[in-house]
Design a protein around this ligand. Structure first.
Ligand code: OSB
Ligand code: MG
Length: 370
């Protein structure tokens, strides 16, 4: 395939309710989209970076810059572009995995549309539908949290994940556990809000019988996660720290993580995500698919990934209406707590380009092969 043009779109999508984590509160998502035109087919990719560098060092304008000035020229100069070669093609650019992942998704989408193959088939999916969980933000009050959780349980979600931070942890978690009953699947996510001095405090989470605790400490601090894993019954699961196969294997071997959250955007794309999945599967480490408030584009691809054999726990692959009143593609609708894996060529969903135009916050940026 030859890449003829890349168009960068920035759009704003209002959230159906504010989403608060230990690193901030969002009421809308600014999304960077990549539209690729090749000599074979067109493809769309979504960048998971936020509008500011609060969750990761990458953010929308940084990704747009590195794509325009550093990654797109590599694609335009390549005689032949194939998704499986992108790792090597993009190697001159250090890091910037979210930017690379957005392009990788668009290249995969175009390639698979050209060959009439689905993402699910290309990635190695073994299921036609996937179990879904939901990530629940920090609430103004515990009562509001209980109401929100009740709504998700009624909608059929198979697992609840609560965002926690110092001052919003043991008590809300205990109250939700009490409300859900002892058997419901419940887990927590701290998004790096704690330090190793909090280990004795976090040990009390064991009383709530959680599936896992996600990323309590800094992303570069594997050692503190090892200490916590030794001190707590609740399995420790890394999210932010997991950026490559190397880091994943190291964290597993050191005992820092016994379950892994895989986010394609964070690890540089779907093919790197599959490689991490394979490394975990080979070591008996269950994985699950994280989410970054994706539109239908990224959601479709995540659902395909979550259908691989090692994805043993429900993912943050929620229905479209968890975040958006209207999605950018046909909506993903929960059916008995599951989403159906798309089977059409590429992502299997169709981007509603009229909405891309209507929701634009900047004019599209067209980059062309010289
Ligand atoms: O840590 O999983 C996280 C959203 C933004 C940044 C980080 C995280 C999240 C979520 C949302 O938890 C998951 C979803 O997309 O539903
Ligand atoms: Mg997380």
């Amino acid at each position: 395939m030859k890449v003829d043009s890349i168009t960068l779109h920035r759009i704003a999508m209002p959230l159906v309710r504010p989403f608060e984590t230990s690193f901030g509160r969002e009421t809308e998502r600014i999304v960077l989209l990549v539209h690729l035109v090749t000599d074979a087919a067109e493809g769309w990719g979504e960048c998971v970076a936020g509008s500011s560098p609060g969750y990761s060092s990458e953010y929308v304008e940084g990704c747009a810059h590195v794509i325009e000035h550093h990654l797109a020229p590599l694609l335009f100069d390549a005689a032949e572009v194939r998704a499986e070669d992108l790792d090597r093609l993009f190697a001159p650019v250090v890091g910037h995995r979210m930017a690379k992942a957005a392009l990788e998704a668009a290249v995969l989408d175009a390639e698979l549309r050209a060959s009439g193959t689905s993402f699910a088939r290309r990635l190695g999916a073994v299921r036609t539908e996937v179990d879904c969980g939901v990530s629940v933000g920090i609430s103004p009050t515990i009562d509001q949290l209980l109401d929100e959780v009740r709504g998700y349980v009624d909608a059929g979600y198979r697992r609840i994940k609560l965002k926690i931070k110092p001052g919003w942890d043991l008590e809300p978690v205990r109250r939700v556990r009490e409300r859900l009953g002892p058997d419901a699947a419940l887990q927590v996510d701290a998004n790096t809000a704690y330090t190793r001095g909090d280990i004795a405090h976090l040990q009390h989470l064991d009383e709530s019988n959680l599936l896992l605790i996600e990323q309590p400490f800094d992303e570069e601090d594997i050692a503190s996660h090892v200490l916590l894993a030794r001190a707590i019954e609740t399995p420790v699961c890394l999210d932010e720290s997991i950026v490559s196969v190397g880091v994943t294997v190291d964290a597993i071997e050191r005992g820092a993580t016994s379950i892994v959250n895989i986010k394609p955007g964070r690890v540089g794309g779907y093919l790197p995500a599959v490689a991490i999945h394979d490394a975990c599967l080979a070591r008996g480490i269950p994985v699950w698919c994280g989410g970054m408030l994706e539109t239908g584009i990224g959601r479709a691809m995540n659902v395909a990934l979550a259908a691989l054999p090692g994805f043993a726990l429900p993912g943050d692959t929620s229905a479209s209406d968890r975040y958006y009143a209207e999605d950018l593609t046909e909506p993903f609708v929960l059916n008995d707590g599951r989403l159906t894996v798309p089977t059409g060529p590429g992502s299997g969903v169709t981007v509603r380009t009229e909405l891309v135009r209507a929701w634009a916050v900047q004019p599209p940026r067209l980059l062309k092969r010289q």
